[in-house]
Design a binder for this molecule. Structure first.
Ligand code: ADP
Ligand code: MG
Length: 327
């Protein structure tokens, strides 16, 4: 049984259905209404050494990434990040390692004014679990389920670099020295698109953050919204470093399947398109229109208006090849 089937079968159906749970299992965050004008968005993510990052990753990067992936889920809901809890399992106490790890954690906390409010520390194989909370103005959050046929499909930043970095680390490709730092930092120091998420809550009909790969994460939007999508391959925002390393065709395929980008994938209706583009341009956030939604309930890709096959799929735990993905 794969990750998402397991969640659906064992955890989604529950007897308890509280009225204050605006949104439960199934999106980037849960939403809780307490009182007043805001909902609380909540998300939990675990990073395990050898699965989510190679064992020799720098402690600063591990600290950064642990926080960034959770802030990225908050961004996908359009939430303002506020509080964090950190459950840390360490093989041993190593002061130098912890100092560096904390530098990575608190850099992001300070930038986004997020406070660490608790957690747990245990001994065992290295793993980090972060629960992040944020606030969304009531009724203004973005879900995976609001997309409509005809909406335009957008992505922030550039996609695929993190997957390329992983291939480099595994010895499957060689990145030229001039590009190495730029590409590796995409994997080690992803930038959660918090400001983009906040700006988008006025405009986007749906959003998700790209953690498992474009095709896989777009699949979540399509399934939740009951729509299909066509991706225009020549529109995909791919770094010149990636094109140089892989060639355009392979680069585009990796951009479809590669995980760990932590960019936002979002949809916007035709009448909000110009307003959204203006708002994001004024905030200095790079976005690219990569396709359009339709009623087919399928995901297709075209190159120069001709259909092309999708050869790659995204990452899912418990599917073949998912264990020790980054030994
Ligand atoms: P993301 O990639 O955005 O972090 P996931 O794909 O990990 O989201 O999870 C999908 C949904 O399933 C989320 O709503 C998450 O909270 C929920 N979920 C995952 N594992 C569990 C679990 N063990 N118990 C309850 N809910 C879970
Ligand atoms: Mg997510």
């Amino acid at each position: 049984m794969k990750e998402f089937d397991l969640i659906k079968r064992f955890f989604t159906e529950q007897v308890v259905k509280r009225k204050d749970v605006v949104l439960g299992i199934g999106d980037d965050c849960a939403l809780i209404h307490v009182s007043g004008l805001n909902n609380i968005a909540v998300t939990t993510d675990t990073l395990i050494a050898g699965v989510h990052f190679p064992h020799d990753t720098s402690p600063r990067s591990i600290g950064h990434k642990s926080i960034a992936v959770s802030l990225s889920d908050l961004a996908a809901m359009g939430a303002d990040p506020t509080w964090l809890s950190l459950a840390l399992t360490l093989p041993q106490t190593d002061e130098k390692w912890l100092t560096e790890f904390c530098a990575g954690v608190f850099e992001l906390c300070e930038y986004y004014n997020v406070q660490l409010i608790g957690g747990d520390t245990t001994q065992g194989p290295l793993s980090i679990t972060v629960t992040a909370q944020g606030l969304t103005p009531e009724g203004k959050h973005i879900t995976r389920s609001g997309a409509k046929a005809g909406d335009w499909l957008y992505v922030t930043g550039e996609i695929g670099d993190a997957a390329l970095a992983l291939k480099h680390i595994k010895g499957m490709v060689t990145i030229e020295d001039v590009f190495k730092e730029q590409i590796l930092s995409k994997l080690d120091y992803p930038k959660p698109r918090v400001l983009a998420g906040q700006a988008l809550r006025e405009y986007a009909s749906s959003a998700i953050d790209l953690s498992d790969g474009l095709i896989s994460d777009l699949g979540h939007i399509c399934k939740a919204s009951g729509v299909g999508a066509n991706i225009v391959m020549e529109a995909l925002p791919i770094s010149s470093a990636m094109k140089d390393t892989l060639g355009s065709e392979q680069a585009a395929q990796l951009a479809l399947s590669g995980g760990d980008d932590y960019e936002l994938l979002f949809t916007v209706s035709d009448d909000k398109k110009v307003g959204m583009e203006t708002a994001l341009a004024n905030s200095g956030i790079a976005i690219t229109c990569i396709g359009q939604l339709n009623a087919s309930e399928k995901i297709t890709t075209t190159l120069n208006s001709k259909p092309v096959p999708i050869t790659a799929s995204g990452f899912e735990h418990f599917s073949s090849g998912s264990i020790n993905e980054v030994e």
